[in-house]
Design a protein around this ligand. Structure first.
Ligand code: NAD
Ligand code: 3PG
Length: 330
């Protein structure tokens, strides 16, 4: 890969300080300007060769096409659904992410959601703070012996499986790409979704958001599930259809939901968040010191590697690159 010149980078969100430090150590000028409005970003972006974002900055075609100077968009994290990759590709702008830096943190939050759904800890905590001592209301159920359906057996799905197996859960799953013999080696039996839905006590989704995964859990699929199934979405808002989830919670077809992500963030409509059987977080899957340090450092090192013209691992499209992380936990 021929080296490219990156003299200046704009960081438009709260990214670990290691990102700035690594870029500056390599002679790249860095400006941090979080919380810019779209119009401000469109004006500001003209002055930089590179942009580093997390998930909140919507890097639209308008922003990409507002400048001829931009050469690289670095996503300090996994999902690139907030970047118009097609528009970037047409314009010859490189898009890269740090796909492994927050895997463990997202997997751990998923497991925490599953555990809290089984024992109602957030609801019991709220009740205690209100001065109550309500032991009957918060009767839970063991995870031991229950069936967990994992839809999407990539990095996070795999880590969730091994952790929940240690609680004695039976793990089944579905992934159109991960070969069944590979997931079987981590103790996950793969099957079609039609076979999976009716077997699960808990379902967790770990796919990217794309047309084939929008509404994976819908009115139709909830109807195929066990009554009282509990669901977790720490992947992307919309993989579980939000209106269908609310209907399933109200009818009791769904017994509880753990949600870290929403179609609209923050969600204006609070019907799901306010439902008594929903526990939720404001997109905190990657919000740990460790994950942020890895993602911040990885994206900076990858930009520096591009400048030096080395270490191109896999090109997903002409300009959308996925690199081997430098700071993956051992
Ligand atoms: N909440 C957070 O803060 C947080 C943090 C990290 C990642 N994420 C999100 O979690 C998701 C998973 O991340 P990952 O690192 O495991 O990604 P990954 O690419 O390693 O795995 C995704 C898997 O989904 C599979 N898949 C694609 N289409 C599918 C379908 N229709 N049905 C079932 N499986 C399908 C792929 O084959 C792949 O194996 C992404 O959406 C990512 O953006 C969220
Ligand atoms: O895809 C990701 O990496 C996660 O959703 C985390 O996003 P964040 O970097 O905005 O926390």
């Amino acid at each position: 890969m021929a080296p490219i010149t990156i003299r200046s980078v704009l960081i438009s969100e709260s990214v670990d300080p290691r990102c700035r430090a690594v870029l500056e150590e390599n002679g790249i000028r860095v400006t941090e300007r979080p919380n810019m409005k779209t119009e401000e970003l469109m004006a500001e972006i003209q002055n930089y060769d590179g942009l580093v974002v997390r998930s909140a900055t919507k890097v639209t075609a308008d922003i990409i096409n507002a400048t001829d100077n931009l050469k690289i968009i670095g996503r300090a994290g996994t999902g690139v659904d907030n970047v118009d990759v097609d528009a970037a590709t047409k314009k010859g702008v490189i898009v890269m992410n740090t796909p492994s830096g927050n895997t463990i943190s997202a997997a751990e939050l998923t497991c925490i959601m599953l555990m809290n759904l089984s024992r109602n800890v957030p609801q019991a905590t709220m009740s205690m703070k209100q001065g109550n001592w309500d032991r009957k209301k918060f009767m839970g159920s063991e995870l031991f012996g229950k069936v967990l359906g994992i839809v999407g057996l990539g990095r996070i799905g795999k880590e969730v499986a091994s952790r929940m197996q240690s609680f004695g859960m039976k793990t089944i799953g579905y992934d159109p790409i991960t070969p069944p013999e590979v997931s079987a080696s981590w103790g996950v039996e793969q099957m079609s979704l039609e076979k999976l839905w009716p077997q699960c006590d808990y379902i967790t989704v770990h796919t990217p958001l794309m047309p084939s995964t929008v509404g994976l859990l819908s009115d139709e699929t909830f109807a195929l599930c066990k009554r009282g199934v509990k669901v977790v979405n720490c992947a992307r808002g919309g993989i579980i259809d939000e209106a269908a989830l609310l209907r399933a919670l109200e009818s009791g077809q769904c017994g509880g939901a753990g949600l870290d992500v929403f179609v609209e963030e923050p969600p204006k409509d609070r019907s799901l968040v306010n439902h008594p059987n929903v526990i939720s977080c404001p997109h905190l899957g990657a919000s740990t010191k460790e994950a942020q340090a890895r993602c911040g450092e990885d994206i900076a090192l990858q930009i520096v590697d591009m400048v030096k013209g080395k270490n191109l691992i896999g090109a997903v499209s002409q300009t959308f690159l996925v690199f081997a992380p430098k700071t993956l936990p051992k």
